[in-house]
Design a protein around this ligand. Structure first.
Ligand SMILES: NC(=O)c1ccc[n+]([C@@H]2O[C@H](COP(=O)([O-])OP(=O)(O)OC[C@H]3O[C@@H](n4cnc5c(N)ncnc54)[C@H](OP(=O)(O)O)[C@@H]3O)[C@@H](O)[C@H]2O)c1
Length: 371
């Protein structure tokens, strides 16, 4: 039987690298992987990982592909010797982190070009053939930042929100092109990742924070505070091998259930599944879901967004998640002359518009720490 031809963007490091090697070394030997990189000079770690995982000869080929350049996309496509791609993984991505005003527009455009337009370029190149052949599936590396707004990630979230709209819209159309084929183009799936240990945070466009001197003192103070909490989240990040690994007990679009979420937030939780299955689950599912999650940690917050369409509940809950401990510090720090939350009130929580007693879900925990 023909091998499943998989083409992945952004394989120089992180999730793309691990997925490429994982598929190429699959014991079934049923995948031919085209691992693409923006610059082939950076393929050393990928080839090293392929050697270490014992990828059989011919299971993995590298191609240069810059998702910002249509000619580069076309050249890579023309180099696929099988003349078809069964599974397209749009994984290339760039982050932008810091106060909005600290980012130059060139950095903003670069991130949107890679994350959004780059994905559109890939789809425009590969989808028509999948439609014609009534076969193929698309996986897009998405993010919790595409399901909810996060402070200091405004542009990155905007780019990942865009992918949600892009893929959800396509998902409605594509089933019409599926007949009884092994890889139906009915499927476009978003692989929703939480924090993953990769080079992503070292490769942030413009570096962490951007040109902070462009932001006012209060914003810089809030950013510094947020950054500390964010570093904590990163220290608990998943390993990329975990995100690309396939579990033994079948498919669930909800991936792993780790015990982080308070039961009241997740009444219909599925049976425990271990470990995260995501990419391979989506790839093998006879009827793939639109979304697969690497962690359920953020699902309660995501759910708040859909339960209260005014947005107030989510904004209040995330505000608390991000800045509540700043309030707690207020008493001790105010005496020491450090800028405290009371100083921030004019543009802080009071401007969100709720008297403290009215804040939605004020006393509900969003998640519980791991035991
Ligand atoms: N790490 C996380 O916490 C996390 C969480 C949620 C979602 N994600 C998403 O996961 C995906 C992979 O990121 P990662 O975490 O594995 O980070 P990573 O190690 O930085 O990988 C990003 C990859 O994208 C490539 N890339 C950037 N610009 C490109 C372009 N113009 N053309 C082709 N490739 C390009 C990078 O190549 P270069 O090395 O050449 O720059 C790199 O190979 C991204 O879409 C990211 O948004 C990551």
């Amino acid at each position: 039987m023909d091998r499943t031809v998989v083409l992945i963007t952004g394989c120089s490091s992180g999730i793309g690298l691990h997925l490429a090697v994982r598929l190429a070394s699959d014991p079934s030997q049923s995948f031919k992987v085209y691992a693409t990189l923006r610059d082939l000079k950076t393929q050393g770690p990928l080839l090293e990982a392929a050697r270490a995982r014992g990828c059989p000869p011919g299971s993995l080929e590298t191609l240069e592909l810059d998702v910002r350049d249509s000619e580069s996309v076309a050249a890579a496509q023309a180099s696929v010797t099988e003349g078809r791609v069964d599974v397209l993984v749009c994984n290339a991505g760039r982050g932008l982190f810091g106060p909005l005003e600290a980012h130059g527009l060139d950095a903003v455009c670069a991130v949107l070009d890679v994350n959004v337009v780059g994905t559109v370029r890939m789809l425009q190149a590969f989808l028509p053939d999948m439609k014609r052949r009534h076969s193929g599936r698309v996986l897009v590396t998405a993010s919790v930042g595409g399901l909810m707004g996060l402070p200091f990630h405004e542009v990155y979230c905007a780019s990942k929100f865009a992918l949600e709209g892009l893929c959800e819209s396509l998902a409605i159309l594509l089933p019409l092109f599926g007949v009884h084929h092994r890889c139906r183009p009915r499927s476009v799936s978003l692989i929703e990742c939480g924090a993953v240990h990769t080079a992503f945070h070292e490769k942030l466009e413009g570096g962490a924070g951007g040109a902070l001197e462009r932001a006012d003192t209060q914003t810089r103070h809030l950013f510094t505070h947020y950054q500390r909490g964010y570093e904590q989240v990163l220290s608990e990040a998943q390993d990329p091998e975990e995100v690309t690994e396939v579990g033994a007990n079948g498919a669930s679009p909800l991936g792993v259930v780790s015990g982080w979420v308070h039961p009241q937030w997740f009444p219909q939780r599925p049976a425990l599944l271990f470990p995260p299955q995501l990419f391979l689950t989506a790839l093998r599912a006879p009827r793939p879901a639109l979304r697969y999650f690497s962690t359920d940690r953020f699902l309660p917050l995501a759910r708040l967004r859909t339960e209260d369409l005014s947005g107030s509940s989510y904004v209040a809950a995330m505000h608390r998640e991000a800045f509540a401990d700043l309030q707690a510090q207020e008493g001790t720090e105010a005496g020491a002359g450090v800028l405290g939350v009371r100083d921030l009130q004019p543009s802080g929580i009071s401007e969100l518009g709720w008297p403290a007693s009215d804040k939605p879900d004020q006393n509900k925990p969003c998640h519980q720490p791991k035991n």
